[in-house]
Design a protein around this ligand. Structure first.
Ligand SMILES: O=P(O)(O)OC[C@H]1O[C@H](O[C@H]2O[C@H](CO)[C@@H](O)[C@H](O)[C@H]2O)[C@H](O)[C@@H](O)[C@@H]1O
Ligand SMILES: [Mg+2]
Length: 260
């Protein structure tokens, strides 16, 4: 969909819908460092209300690991696909099917840390995924991208490089949000419902395509740009206000800034 044909989503979430939520840039404003994001009590409460309203058909679909998502949203342990679907928690408070760090990725992380880690670049080690964050040193993004693209030539087949939000990520090909959404849609709490996916980033596009194919609602958060999403909300505040309205709360465009 072109940026000019963006539409605000209808107010739909009810018990017949299944809600899939990206975290960073969708529920949380971006911060300089991944550990610096803030989860307000109001957001936790909203997530619990939505989970109840949807009879459990709610899951995070995130590039973060589930352990990190749990730390951020503690004490909530919602259903989640972490690492773009490489790990899952299929039941609320249930066990995590986690992914470990292969030796060649560990060695690569150390090499990249040695070269870039001194200059405000954060190398996030997420099992089989490496995220190199250059938000605090944007001039190093080209070099970080060059390093992971060079590494691709020496790794076993099956990895790819994806531009991140102020960074770059190296990940297995199976890491894909669309497949993660399909996996949840086969579970009893989700089956037969219509999926809604809210996301903000390039890595969310396969998720938008998937819910479009399933007759669901794809919603991109952020300023207009080329996307497969059919609806849009312009900011994290707007996304949270839209979700909150579905639980009966009155709209408030300053939702997230009031939530801490
Ligand atoms: O799929 P998401 O839930 O949106 O997660 C995507 C990545 O989010 C985190 O990095 C991004 O957010 C940070 C906090 O705002 C920011 O500092 C960083 O520049 C962003 O790229 C997370 O650290 C990554 O692991 C996720 O893949
Ligand atoms: Mg995001």
């Amino acid at each position: 969909m072109s940026a000019s044909s963006y539409l605000p989503p209808p107010q739909v979430p009810d018990a017949n819908w299944a809600l899939f939520l990206d975290i960073d840039g969708t529920l949380l404003e971006h911060a300089e460092h991944p550990d610096a994001v803030v989860v307000g009590e109001r957001l936790r409460t909203l997530l619990v209300e939505l989970e109840t309203k949807l009879d459990g058909a709610l899951a995070f679909i995130t590039g973060r690991s589930i352990s990190v998502a749990d730390r951020l949203f503690k004490p909530l342990r919602l259903r989640a696909a972490g690492l773009y679907g490489l790990e899952h928690r299929l039941e609320m408070n249930g066990p995590v099917l986690a992914a470990s760090e292969p030796a060649d990725i560990a060695a690569l992380a150390q090499e990249i840390e040695a070269e870039l880690g001194v200059a405000n670049v954060y190398v996030e080690r997420k099992g089989p995924i490496l995220a190199i964050h250059t938000r605090a040193a944007p001039h190093l993004l080209p070099r970080a991208t060059q390093l992971v693209e060079e590494a691709l030539k020496h790794l076993p087949k099956g990895y790819r490089v994806l531009a991140g939000n102020a960074g770059v990520e190296l990940m297995p090909l199976q890491a894909a949000k669309g497949a993660a959404i399909r996996r949840f849609m086969d579970l009893p709490a989700f089956v037969g419902k219509q999926p809604i996916f809210l996301g903000d980033d390039t890595s969310d596009e396969p998720g938008f395509d998937t819910v479009n194919e399933m007759g669901g609602l794809s919603v991109r958060i952020g300023p207009p740009r080329q996307t497969s999403a059919r609806y849009a909300l312009s900011s994290v505040d707007q996304a949270l206000a839209w979700l909150a309205e579905s639980t009966g709360q009155k709209g408030d465009a300053r939702w997230s800034s009031l939530s801490a």
